[in-house]
Structures are given as structure tokens and as C-alpha cells.
Design a protein around this ligand. Sequence first.
Ligand SMILES: [Zn+2]
Ligand SMILES: [Zn+2]
Length: 937
Amino acid sequence: MSEYKDTLNLPQTDFPMKASLSQREPEILRKWEEMDIYKTLRSMRKGKKKFVLHLGPPYANGHIHLGTATTTILKDIIVKSKSMSGFDAPLVPGWDCHGLPIELNVEKKIGKPGRKVTAEQFRDACREYAASFIDIQREEFKRLGIVADFAHPYLTMDPKYEANIIRALAKIIRNHHLQKGYKPVHWCLDCASALAEAEVEYAEKTSPSIDVRFKVVDNTDFWSRFDHVHKGMGPISIPIWTTTPWTLPANEAVALNPLLQYVLVATPSPEQFLIAEDLLPAVLKRYGIEKHTVLGHIRGEKLAGVKLQHPFYEKQVPVVLGDHVTVESGTGAVHTAPAHGIDDYNAGKKFNLPLENPVGDDGCYTASTPLFAGLHVTKADEKILEILRERGALVHEEKLQHSYPHCWRHKTPLIFRATPQWFISMDQHDLRGLSLKAIDRVKWIPDWGKSRIAGMIENRPDWCISRQRAWGVPLSLFIHKETGELHPDIFNLMEKVAERVEKGGIEAWYKLDAKEILGSDAENYQAITDVLDVWFDSGVSHECVLKERPELAFPADIVLEGSDQHRGWFQSSLLTSVAINDCESYKEVLTHGFVVDGHGRKMSKSLGNVIAPEEVIQTLGADILRLWVASIDYRYEISASKEILSRMSESYRRIRNTARFLLSNLNGFDPQKDLVPAEDMLWLDRFAVEQTRKIQQEILEAYSTYQFHLVVQKLHQFCIADLGGFYLDIIKDRQYTMQADSRGRRSAQTALYHIAHALVRWMAPVMSFTAEEIWQYLPGEKPASVLMATSYEELAPLADHEIMNVAYWEKIRAVREAVNKEIENQRNAGKIGSALEAEVYLYCAPNLKSQLDALEDELRFVLITSFAKVIAEHAGPVDAIVTEVPGLSLKIEATGNPKCERCWHRREDVGADAKYAGLCGRCVINVAGSGEEREYA
Ligand SMILES: [Zn+2]
Ligand SMILES: [Zn+2]
């Protein structure tokens, strides 16, 4: 053997088998940095059709976690695939920099503003804090292989961005969507601030569950409202049920449903109760009342205005009506405190109830609150129960576990509390209706995103945008000291503020002397010191980024975030854009599910199932993480565990090894002179190129519909089945044994060259590092980076009218599988060693016979056996194996022929030429003659 080794073309490449991604990826990153890949791509794609993916800014706090990594990798895959499809696809990263979480962390370090440090020092510290995490996250994103304009990100704390936030608010005011209100908002006692809807979480809480009697003041008036009623003996009460006793000091009414049927019942005590009919059995059971008499029926609407005695204050409150009263629980009569609930507030507005809020910013009852002044609301329930008991107002008490709003940061229960706030009104100028129309025009992927966000917009309250905090963009409003009205020239005043902020940051606002811009009006006007809800900052990125940066465009082609952003950024971006432009800020929205562990559980420190992206990168490599992200159907929950990721490494290895096989067989191939024109290629090679062309179409389609899991499946399947299991297996013999420059070998290499060029481009958006590594080993003229390439267009089609078309080769492939199966059986039975020891006899129906005959003597190379004979005999001899291929039976026999030292085929003619004793006939021709000829395979 050794004497003929040099006559073989054995595969050879420096492309390493072992990936060692954790070492190799940083080298590739350095290379991209040196060539300034992002900038280069911008100039290469200049003038091409734009594709703008706009990203919602991550918050500049902490390290990135697996969720952020997933979102960002998906964005990067989209942008890279668009860029490789020839679009100019810029990606401008951004960071959200203001807001409470940063403020709270800075408070921990240096104390609250106004105490140990000045507000100015405090804001400086917040700015520094945000900047430090931007630097950290930027490096983390780069390490994931994200290609973006990291040198010029957008930062919401940039003075220019801050100024444009103020300008965006001014436009919203000009379009009449701003409203000043005194409204109940979710209020966190620990944050000492109003919270946005997106900052509210629901969690279980145990509360007192009490029924309180509100006594009817004038029984005669009450009875007169009934058509028929029996007059009972004892006092008449309308009991209410509540789980927030601390709101009773603010009670201003009891609400009934106008359309609901209520009954008046007499009890042995002999008190009379008015209760919703549907709830009567449950209520009586709760009160422990076994006997009762129905005295009369009445619809809620007839009781409007009935006067009731407040349970502990010397005041009377009316019965009011509201559709929000239901028979799900309680008594059908609802305690109404307009300062502490949205429904209550709405009822209060409708029925002109006082909106007195007895609870201060610190969570304590104000000094003017009788009985409870100075008491903190979280400690008030016991005292209120005590007073209710004393006054005989408590009908029933127990404990209840229920779902209750909590602060997402503090995990503490929130209260609803009316405070003067500024709102973007959903209805004042029909922002709700306009937004719903905009939602209709947007494409939502997956499509349930549409009904989800539409449902939220239909039901959401006005957006409270004011916060009583230090680290945020000032509302920059001036209101009249007496009337509370906005300054009539507010739009221009805000522009003047914006100009100053653009130069000096938000600090300029705090240093501003109102006289500078208001002139003599300054005496009559007061500046609002609130800052904007941080969701507003990121919400208006369409104004501050898309419209500001020339490389981008408004609206964005696509936005992509986790599905929690239907409630967050998708909504804040949409609402502000509609309020400013009367149109949506994005054309398509793609959402992915949450990242959970292998058992579908949320990742949390306490469960010990958190996977840090950094850890995966260090052990397996960023490309494994990227391949994992791409391989999941992100519409559902996204599972990650060590096992899942190591399975990913397995699949990565298959793809890498396929690429390595291609490269090693392209050794010595110079496309400039060795490339064979399609029509001169062997038929099998033309088929392989055609198959590649078809899969490329499918893969490009999957990319363009953002179905990356299909990209990965097809890529993987192509490597394993089409290449590894068929084509590459067959051409090994031709590659190794034919003359280096023969048509047969160059034809196969041409196919491998085309396949490699296509494959590396399919891989690039997902496995960017590995694709770049392969790229450097590919022969031929090419751009410096695979990311600069566009999809491969040199894949020649194989027409259907050709005799050896796709259908023909699919048939041959089926025959080969049937043969392989039987060879495997024979090997397992110990009758033959390797496939090359087998002689195959194929008994064929006429059609199949002529198809197999077409391959002439090359059929044995397709079957990878030393000998193959096609016989016209439909059923075959009795001992033939009937296969799954219609019209095919076969027999495998061990050959008695000697083995060729060079090609290992067992042929009769081995040793026929005495000069080359160990060689078969074709090897003699390849070694010493003009070389073997092949036409088909
Ligand atoms: Zn809080
Ligand atoms: Zn040979």
C-alpha cells in the first residue's frame, strides 16, 4: 500500500477539527474590529435598499442575562441575514439610562439626594453608574458576536436625546393628548413614587376580608323606592365587602349595579339587609344567618341617591351606580373610595363625589384625618377593625389570600392613591382609537401578539407619565400659580428648555432661572418639578433615534423583543408615535417567549437553574449559544439547560465536520483554472449542486420569514443526510483515486466548491464565528469577511427534462438505501466484512432496469460496492430479498476477488498487469496511464 500512497489525493486542510471556540472567537472578534466590519458594511451596502431593525434599549444596570442575550442574538441574526441578502441593514444599539432602578442603586451607595449629597451630585453619580454598565454590557454584546454601531450607540441620557425627549412631549401636548389629573395611581410606598403599569406585578397576599354595614339613614325614603315591600322591624343596612380596610376613611359612596336584582331580607336579629339576589345564599352563609325572610325585590337603579351612614365618620354617603359592580364575590354593593381605585374614581367623577385623599406621600394618613392621623396605612387595618367592632359596624371578618398588585422592584404590596399627576390621555383626543387602528396596520409575529396588545390598549387607563424622582428628564412644564393651567405658549417654552438641555443635559433645567425664558410671566407661573416616567424615554426613541440618524428610517421595518414588551416598550413606542405622528413607529413586531429551564421553570437564583451567557461562552463558545437561540421555535417558551446546550454542541460538530470535509477535499483546487462548467460536470455532481440550490431557496425563505429554527434544521439535515449520508460518501473514491487533474475529480471539487460557498453563507448569520473561520480557508477570490458576502448565486440548476434529473437521482438514492440495508444485515450476520467485499445482484422490473443500466459500470461506485450487476427479472430468484423499492429485489454475495491495494475494491483484474501486481485495472490506468474516465458518478 505505502508505495501507492503518494498516488492518492488524500484530503488535507489546516482547518481544525476541534472548534476551541472560547479561544478562537476572541481572535475573530479582533479581526472584525481591525477591519471595522460595521463601518465597512455600511459603505459596501450604501445605496442599497434599507432594512431598519430598531432595538428597544436594554436598561443600563447589571450584566446581561440569558434573556437579553437571546433577544440580541435574534436581532443580530435578522440584521446579518438581511445584510447578506443585499440590504443596507444598520444596527444602532442603545441603552436606557434614567429611572428608578439606577436611582435606588445609587441611593444605596451615596444616600438619597438632598440628604448627604446634593441633587446635582446625585444625578452625576447616576450618570456615572449608567455609563459604567453601558461599558460592561457593550463588551458582553460584542462577545456574543453582535455586529452593530457600538462606537455610536444611542443613550437616553445623552444631552441631545434628553432634549429630544422634551421636544417629543411638547409635540404630544400640541396634539392635545396631555392631561393634568388628580387620579389614583399605583403607588409604591418604598419607591415613594407612582409606578407605570409595566412596573406592577401580581403576587399572592393575605388581607383582612371584612363585611361592613352601611346603615340606611331614612327608612321611609328607602321603602318608597320598592314597588312592593314588607316593612321589617330592625335597622336596614347595605353591607359591603372589602379587603382593604385602610381605604374606608376615604369612603364617599356605596356602588350598586343599576341592572342587578337586589333583595331586602329580614333576619332574626332583626336587622334587615339589602343584598344582590345572586349572592344571597353565599352572603347569609358567611354571616352565619340560618333563617331569613324576603321582604322585597328591587333593581339597583332605583336606589340611586339613598343616603347611608359612614361606619365611623359623622357623614352620610350616597348610593351610586356602576357597571363595575358584579356578582363574582362580595355582596353586590361596593365600597367606593375615589382616591383609591380606578372604578371608584370614575364613579366619583360621574356622581360628583369628593376626591379626598387622606394618605400622604409617606404612606401615612394626613394630619387632618380624624381617628387615624399619622398612622401608616400598612399598620392601619387593625385599628380600623377595632373601631368598626366598637361601633358595631363589622358584620363579618376573616382572612383572604388573593392576587394583589406588588412593586416589581420591591416585591411589596402597592396602594392605589390619588395624587396630582400628568397623563397621556387615552380618550381626550382618541389616542385609544387611533392606536387600535395603528395596531391593525402592523404585522405581528406570532399573530396572537396583535390581539394581546389590542386588548391591553382597549382596557388600559390613561398613562401617568409624571414621577416624583430625581434621575429623569424633567417634564419642563409651567403652570399658572392660581388657575393651574399650562402656560399658553408652552410649546415654545419647552423648545427653549430643550435647547438648554441639549447643551447642558437635564442639569440645565435645574439651573434654569424661569425669568430667562418666561420673562415677566415668571412671577405668575410655577415650574413642575416632576420627571418623566422612564418608559417615556425609551418610548420616544422613534423621535430621538429613528428620525435623528440619517442611516435609519421612520417607521422601523421591524422591532423584536420578548413577549413582556407588549405591555412595555412596544406599547410606549406605539402610543407616543401615534400621539406625535398619528402613525405607528414600526411595520413588523416579532416577539419571543420567555427563557425557562429544561423543565419549563423560570430561571431564578433560588432554584439554582440560572445559566449565565458568560458561562456558556467560556465553556462552549458563543457560536453554540447562537446556534441554540436560532434552533428554537421562539414563539413558545425557550428552554435552556446544560443538557440542551451540550446537545447543541453535538449538532455543531456535525456541521463543522462537514465543512471540514469540504475544505480538505478542496485542497489544491484553484477555481480560476479548475472550475468545471456545469454542463461538463458529472451527473451526480450536477445533482448535488441542484440539491444545494433548492435547499438554499428554502433556507433564504426561512430567513426572510424569521424562522431560524427551520434554517438550522435544514442546514443540519443537509449536512447529515444529503451530504454525509449520500453525496460525500460516494465521491470519496473518485476524489482519492482518480488523477488529480482529471475531469472526474475536478467536477466533484467544483461541486464541493459551490456547496462550501453556499453553506458558509447560510451559516454566517447564525454561527458567525465559525462561518468566518471557514471563510478564511475557502479557495478563490472573495471579500475579506463572510459577513460582507451576499447569498451565493453560482448554483447551476439541473433541469427536469434531463434524463438524470432530480427525480432520477432520488430513485437511485432509494435503491442505494435498500442495498445498504441488506449489506448491513449481511455484515451483522458475519457473512461479509465491509461493503467493498460485497457483490450486489439487482433484480429489476424493466423501468428500473433501464434507469440503473444508464449508470453503466459506475453503478458500483454509487453503491460503494466492488461489483454490481443489474438483471432483468422482475421477482428475482427465490432467495432474493424483496426491497421497499417497487420492482427491486436483490442479493448480496461475498466476493472471491482479490483486494486492490490502492482503492480497496475487490476486482477480478487485480494483478492482471504484472508490473503493478497489487493493483486493479483502473488503478493501473490512474497511476500509469491516461487516467480513468467517468460520466455519471
Ligand atoms: Zn417599589
Ligand atoms: Zn484499484
